[in-house]
Design a protein around this ligand. Sequence first.
Ligand code: ZN
Length: 153
Amino acid sequence: MSEMTQHETATETARPIDPAEVALDAAPDTSAAAAQEERETWPAIWKGFRRRCPNCGTGPILSSYLKVRDHCPVCREELYHHRADDGPAYLTILIVGHIMAPALLWVFTTWRPEPLILITIFSIGCIGLSLYLLPRLKGAIVGFQWARHMHGF
Ligand SMILES: [Zn+2]
């Protein structure tokens, strides 16, 4: 029993530790090697916010309004495992709320508009800004996950 353990440890230590040889052995498994590469976070977030692939920055990341593509159509980067969940909705509410609530107070105290005019303008503003931000923030979150090798939660 102890001999076998000794033999196993001997083969473990006998393995080549030359980086060139290790890289040559790992060459067929490109996904594992690519998963270890360092990726810059902010450029990936910005590419995602522009609804572009976080890897190449040109391929569209979304196939419909909010559906993330399985692969980038330009660089074939895998995107199917990224899951933003309710992160984009949370960030959308956070940003729209922090823009619209002070604006509502400022418009009301400055001009005292008719209530019907006020609610009409701010309803359209809130919905429009939310629909604009939601897919862009989803792209940004997918870009963040891609940069940090998170592959969803
Ligand atoms: Zn791409």
